[in-house]
Design a protein around this ligand. Structure first.
Ligand SMILES: Cc1cc2nc3c(=O)[nH]c(=O)nc-3n(C[C@H](O)[C@H](O)[C@H](O)COP(=O)(O)O)c2cc1C
Length: 180
């Protein structure tokens, strides 16, 4: 069973990224994978200190192990100021390299209030993962005007859910090909 780590790519509490990441978690469960959600809003607060790069606190260890043990990563990234959130870059910078991302299949979902659905954020992030030799899954999903994409019952609209499911199916096949 493939372990898929889904990263909700902001530490903003109550973020829509977190909601979308939980929808994606459900999809991977339904597809028979073993998903795990890492919501950056739950990052331990003691990581924000200058000596963190040399001395990783025990509270961070489970986060690092989750990424290292995953077969694939799904990054749900909101657009903040025309790029991806600083909290996400901080998290990436705390992960051991090269082993966290080298040859790791990575898939992207962009979400934004604006009309481009975090295209800029995803493309900037692809540059980072490409630099780290990740295997980038080319089928990206962009969710623009996200506040209009969640209905009055708090559910993601069915057409968007279907796009995320298509992507997830394709991503599992991509991982299978790379890791068989
Ligand atoms: C600091 C910050 C900067 C943002 N910058 C942008 C932006 O550049 N473009 C955009 O479309 N939306 C922007 N937004 C709105 C987010 O896209 C919106 O909050 C959306 O719900 C996704 O982010 P969330 O996961 O934090 O909810 C910004 C939001 C925050 C908190």
């Amino acid at each position: 069973m493939k372990k898929i780590v889904i990263v909700a790519g902001t530490n903003r509490s109550g973020s829509r990224s977190s909601f979308v990441a939980s929808c994606i978690h459900k999809i991977y469960e339904e597809l028979g994978a073993n998903p795990e959600l890492l919501d950056l809003a739950n990052l331990p607060v003691d990581i924000f200190r200058p000596d963190i790069y040399e001395n990783k606190p025990p509270s961070l260890q489970p986060w690092l192990e989750s990424v290292l043990s995953s077969n694939g990563l799904v990054v749900v990234v909101p657009e903040y100021n025309g790029s991806f959130p600083g909290a996400l870059k901080y998290f990436i910078d705390l992960l051991p390299f090269p082993e966290s991302f080298e040859h790791k299949p990575v898939c992207f979902v962009g979400i934004a209030s604006g009309g481009w659905g975090a295209l800029r954020a995803v493309e900037h992030l692809q540059g980072v993962f490409g630099y780290r030799y990740a295997h980038i899954f080319p089928r990206r999903v962009f969710l623009p005007q996200i506040s209009h994409s969640i209905d009055e019952n708090g559910s993601l609209k069915p057409d968007l859910f279907a796009r995320l499911k298509d992507q997830a199916q394709g991503f599992l096949e991509f991982i299978q090909k790379i890791q068989s």
